[in-house]
Design a protein around this ligand. Structure first.
Ligand SMILES: [Zn+2]
Ligand SMILES: [Zn+2]
Length: 142
């Protein structure tokens, strides 16, 4: 009697674990709206505002840069699309007039659908750190 119950409990535990890990994965693969990630020159923790990397608009709390994080091999990368002030397809809606989006690295003007690419560093106990690599045009130059 006892071993059967134990097996059922273990199977149930595994099932719960699988459900939770699936949900977690889904969360990271889907669009992640990040509030309070830090860029290279701005490593302040607990800062309420941070500028949009593409249009340099100082964002208030709740105004978030739309970005998508994904893994490519060993790298954890992020596509940065812009904030509500510069990205017309922002999930939170966009503001008028829309500001120009420029590559943080080469300053080229982004057309619709363009985005900046950044490398993401996750440090235990600290805010996620984002290092902007550039846009698809400039990131492989130098
Ligand atoms: Zn912006
Ligand atoms: Zn660029």
């Amino acid at each position: 009697m006892f071993p059967e119950i134990l097996i059922i409990v273990i199977l149930f535990g595994i099932l719960i674990f699988l459900i939770i890990s699936t949900l977690k994965n889904k969360h990271t693969v889907e669009d992640s709206l990040l509030e309070g990630f830090s860029f290279d020159d701005d490593d302040d923790i607990g800062e309420d505002t941070h500028p949009c990397p593409l249009c340099e608009k100082a964002l208030r709390k709740g105004e978030r840069v739309h970005s998508v994080i994904y893994n490519r091999g060993e790298d954890r990368l992020m596509n940065i699309y812009g904030c509500p002030w510069c990205y017309s397809d922002h999930p939170a809606g966009c503001r008028e007039p829309l500001r120009d989006r420029r590559c943080p690295s080469c300053k080229v003007l982004f057309k619709e659908g363009n985005f900046a690419i950044a490398r993401v560093f996750e440090r235990p106990g600290r805010k996620m750190h984002v290092h902007v690599l550039g846009c698809p045009v400039c990131r492989h130059k130098d």
